[in-house]
Design a protein around this ligand. Structure first.
Ligand code: PLP
Length: 489
């Protein structure tokens, strides 16, 4: 299988690349993204055959259908990381919460958010490719709180890869910060930047444009790569759990073979939703994919009106910070798959230059035959958290946004799979506020308060964070980033 570019080829870049090339250098002609040339078709037989397969067996079969250029022993090693999840036999439990609503819990990995689903195996894959090529890679990430811990965890002590991770000092939850600053390994550098997530991201962009920085990388023979979801190496692992969740519903007797379901995804950069889209294209019986947003509701506008408009809009801070995004990168791969590279290039260049684009009527109709969308503000989110809690289900604020879309976007009474992207422990102050009205509590107080309300224990791995030694102490102004990273390299 080859990968081609969403904005077409410029005659400079290769016109198609292998999987390993696509994940090492994910930026292509005209700033487009690498996408599969053709998706494998799995169909009903595949689902039937894998009805009782373990997660790892299913994953290996899906990956093998993509015919990627990664040796099977490396894939096996990568997938074995799912053994570190809470239940090695079922890393992604699917729980019935009410009548038609099932929650697929994607957060049972080491950093308690769904980023582990892809980043855990991705770390092994990337490091193996780098070793085979005898090359060294630097992963630079700016994180709002979940990608950072997951990237650090997966690349810790891995050969031929270094990670420099920047987070907004004061802009993450205590648990997220502690997950990062307690990571102690030679190849990891964590830097708190004074400012908000936008400041952190802008500082990273400045760094990437710096000549000194480029020169140093060249001298030291270090290549740059990315661990965010523009990297197809992450997306491929995010197709698997959609298929797994469907099979779980079959196994639980909730649906019959071939029966359609809704997938309901809390979306930011659209990696998770894109995995669902690909699974649907590969033959998973899906009625529609429901896209849930918070007040940064640019995806809701796109899917309900066909307009993507960044003019006069700026990111607002919400209680679901991993979805505080206005430039949702992976939409581009959907546009490409539906409308081709010529149209995608036109739309994306218009977005870059004029900050908006508008789909035509036919395109909008096509988009709406696959997606529906709604957004949920913080107050509504708290209401859903509390209501679910009273029904016996504890969930985080990102997951809560889906419950609104479940109420408003379905026009058939089909079973719905809501994707839960974080454990309650990562966003405890918001949840404690929803449950008891308490405000401004620190994570540790909120964790205790929720645990008491719910009659459960704070998981040891989370509690332990508060006693761990701080290994990463840098907190700097954004104009100091270059110096700080050069000294790390
Ligand atoms: C990253 C993240 C999301 C958004 O996922 P995308 O793939 O970027 O759409 C939602 N919830 C949580 C908790 C996350 O960490």
């Amino acid at each position: 299988m080859f990968f081609i570019e969403t904005r077409g080829n410029d005659g400079q870049h290769p016109d198609k690349v292998s999987f390993s090339e696509a994940i090492l250098a994910p930026i292509s002609s005209f700033g487009g993204l690498y996408s599969p040339q053709k998706l494998p078709e799995l169909g009903q037989d595949f689902l039937q055959q894998h009805l009782n397969a373990s997660y790892k067996t299913l994953a290996a079969a899906v990956l093998s259908a993509f015919e990627i250029d990664i040796k099977s022993d490396i894939i096996e090693a990568a997938l074995s990381l799912y053994d570190n999840f809470d239940d090695p036999n079922n890393p992604v439990p699917v729980v019935k919460v009410k009548e038609d609503l099932y929650v697929s819990e994607l957060w049972h990995g080491p950093t308690r958010a769904f980023k582990d689903m892809a980043l855990q195996p991705f770390g092994t894959v990337l490091s193996s490719i780098a070793q085979n090529r005898n090359e060294n890679y630097l992963i630079l990430t700016a994180t709002s709180g979940d990608t950072g811990p997951a990237a650090l965890e997966t690349f810790k002590n891995k050969a031929n890869v270094q990670v420099a991770c920047m987070y907004p000092a004061g802009g993450t939850s205590d648990v997220q910060r502690l997950q990062m600053v307690t990571e102690d390994a030679e190849n990891l550098k964590v830097i708190g930047v004074r400012g908000d997530f936008d400041d952190t991201q802008n500082a990273l962009k400045q760094l990437l444009a710096s000549d000194d920085f480029k020169k140093t990388l060249k001298e030291k023979n270090i290549h740059l790569s990315a661990a965010n979801s523009v990297n197809f190496g992450r997306i491929i692992f995010q197709i698997i759990y959609h298929i797994h969740s469907y099979l779980e519903l079959l196994r639980q007797g909730a649906i019959q073979p071939g029966e359609k379901v809704y997938l309901n995804v809390p979306s930011g950069n659209f990696g998770n939703a894109l995995g669902g889209y690909y699974a649907m294209k590969m033959g998973l019986p899906v009625e529609k994919i429901l896209i849930a947003s918070n007040r940064n509701n640019i995806l809701t506008s796109l899917i309900t009106t066909g307009t993507y408009d960044l003019r006069n809009s700026s990111v607002v801070t919400t209680t679901s910070p991993a979805m505080d995004i206005l430039k949702s990168s992976n939409i581009e791969r959907v546009l490409f798959d539906l409308f081709g590279s010529k149209r995608t290039k036109q739309l994306m260049l218009q977005l870059d230059n004029e900050k908006h684009y508008q789909l035509n009527e036919k395109e909008l109709e096509t988009l709406q035959s696959i997606f529906a969308a709604d957004y949920c503000d913080d107050e509504e989110g708290k209401h859903y958290i509390k209501a679910a809690f009273n029904n016996g289900y504890l969930m985080d604020p990102h997951t809560a946004t889906c419950f609104k879309a479940y109420d408003s976007c379905r026009d058939k009474a089909l079973k719905t799979i809501v994707y839960s992207t974080a454990e309650w422990t990562k966003f405890s102050p918001v949840i404690a506020n929803a449950l008891t009205g308490e405000v401004d509590s620190h994570d540790l107080d909120a964790l205790h308060s929720i645990a008491e309300q719910a009659g459960i224990k704070i998981p040891a791995m989370i509690k332990g964070l508060f006693d761990k030694e701080i290994a990463q102490k840098s907190i700097i102004e954004k104009d100091q980033i270059e110096k700080e990273i050069l000294s790390f390299l």
